[in-house]
Design a protein around this ligand. Structure first.
Ligand SMILES: [Zn+2]
Length: 206
């Protein structure tokens, strides 16, 4: 599926600079050597800072509102306040994002909720995130893989580090664009199913 996210024209640069990100992920078709070096330096700087500490530095409370498309449950919580994550909210979110097919629950990476919070601010969305998929048990992931070519065997859904969402008041294409600009992890755009996959893995897109 061509969603304008494929890597193109940067093969030579990527060969010389392995940490260099695909141009399409950066929203720019061509980067100069200077741009590449600057981005490489920025990436190295960021890599030396523990992400949890960086996220925890901001004093502003962080909220997330979710509605599950399969269980029809709703949850709206302030998961971060007074400089730390709220364990009760994280527990409620982990239960909310359980594998709805098997009932299996798994801790969810708090950085994923930071991404959702940032994207709500970036897009100006007022509606809750519609959740298509959160945690996936190995059993469910195996079943989905049998029925779809788009399900990865090493999916970060299995580690509680990925979520598939859409918004009622922001197009999935606009949500994807905002997520790619945020550069906090993986971004997958599924136009035909109208949702965006977000994860806390390395920055990449498809
Ligand atoms: Zn996904």
């Amino acid at each position: 599926m061509n969603v304008g996210c494929e890597v193109g024209g940067g093969g030579r640069l990527r060969y010389h600079y392995p940490m260099y990100l695909p141009p399409a992920c950066l929203g720019r078709p061509v980067l100069s050597r200077r741009d590449v070096l600057q981005r490489l330096a920025a990436a190295l700087t960021v890599a030396m800072v523990p992400s949890r500490a960086a996220f925890a530095a901001g004093p502003e409370p962080r909220e997330v509102a979710l509605v599950h498309t399969h269980t029809h449950e709703r949850l709206s919580v302030t998961f971060f306040a007074d400089g730390s994550y709220d364990p009760e909210s994280l527990a409620a979110l982990s239960w909310f994002l359980r594998d709805h097919r098997t009932g299996d629950e798994h801790p969810i990476d708090p950085a994923l909720f930071d991404i959702l919070h940032e994207l709500r601010l970036a897009t100006g969305a007022a509606s809750p995130y519609q959740v298509i998929s959160g945690y996936r048990s190995p059993q469910t992931n195996g079943m989905l893989r049998e029925h779809s070519s788009g399900v990865a065997s090493g999916s970060l859904h299995l580690q509680g580090r990925a979520i598939d969402v859409r918004l009622a008041d922001v197009s999935s294409a606009a949500l994807r664009d905002a997520a790619m600009r945020l550069r906090r992890g993986g971004v997958g755009y599924y136009a035909s199913s109208d949702f965006v996959h977000l994860d806390t893995g390395r920055v990449r897109c498809w």
